[in-house]
Ligand binder design. Sequence first.
Ligand code: SF4
Length: 397
Amino acid sequence: MSKTSDKLLLIKTILSNPQIVKVNPFINMFLIKYMKKFNIVNVGGHLVLHSHLPPVNSQAFSRFIDEHLLAKTQGPTHAQVGITNICPQNCTYCYNKNRTGRIMDKNIIKGVIKDLKDMGVIWLGLTGGEPLLNKDIVEIVDTIGDNCTVKLFTGGYNLTRELASDLKKAGLFYVSISLDHWIEEEHDKIRRCKGSFRTAIEAIDIFNEIGGIHIGVSTVLSRSMFNTGHIEEFVEFMIKANVHEVWLSEVKPAINPLWDKNIIITEEERIELIKLQDWYNKQGQITINYLGHFESGEHFGCNAGHKMVYIDPFGEVSPCVFAPITFGNVNDESVKILFAEMKKHFPPNNCCFVNKNYKLFARHYKDQLPIGKEDTLKMMNEVHFGQMPEFFKLFYK
Ligand code: SF4
């Protein structure tokens, strides 16, 4: 990014959030350095760095400054809520596979969302299953309100122009459409669902026609895709498809068939992906948002259980979508209490909790995921964490 655009970004952010000048100057310097890795994209007046943070000129970003950077609330910044377990796809790496229980109804979901916002959540991901198959999705999005950014993770099933338009009116701004390959047959094979590639592409087209929505594609990278050098071809395909962002994450050892060290990305591969992200972001045609960069020790680290919470479609409360453990169920206890109990076990951490501790999942697993609360608590006596990430060194100073 040029010096002129650096200054412009800084001015725009300060003008949108004048209270930022009260934040610890070392944190502000850290944030500016981090922001310089990305281009600011203007989508319908929203200034977006990347979709893991609210737009910098949004009410949600203002709340991030007020409640987290200034008031240092104990609550999470990020949450994901599974609003259905139904999904037409059958992905090999699905973190919700074979979960059972009493599905959360609309009122429970709305109550959980209200509690999450009270606790400080400024970014809320709706996931599943296929969230568009929840018939109440527009009402759910509508209850979230303007001061919390909503991101929809979807395969595009059930999407019509009318539904996309209703979701936008209700406050949806970020959409992340699942796409794992630029070749139709390959994508459908990974998702074990014929037609899923076409559905995803149609969803991208619909959101493009509606306009004013930030369109991302979320891609779960296997090591083989990375090592065959196919990511570049994939990104080029996405540029042509007119998406704003490619959100890259890796296959994680989240479920029993994946509890294997060979699926975990190596440090060298992680660094290569960061280089790839930086290169594309400098070109400015598309944003690459690699989670392994955001969650690295040099930046914000693993936020699982500390600033991140996942509530699965059955109400189980976990530190992260990929961590197959539960600290209790919102059908029995409020998410506020469950999060506070969970947080005691999770310091900020420069290593991915799931990658570091998946062998313990195998040891405490009893034929059902997530691992129940009692066994989760036993397991927490044995878990390992890394060091404090750079952001939190400044935050807790
Ligand atoms: S456990 Fe891993 S995937 Fe989950 S929030 Fe931490 S770094 Fe991210």
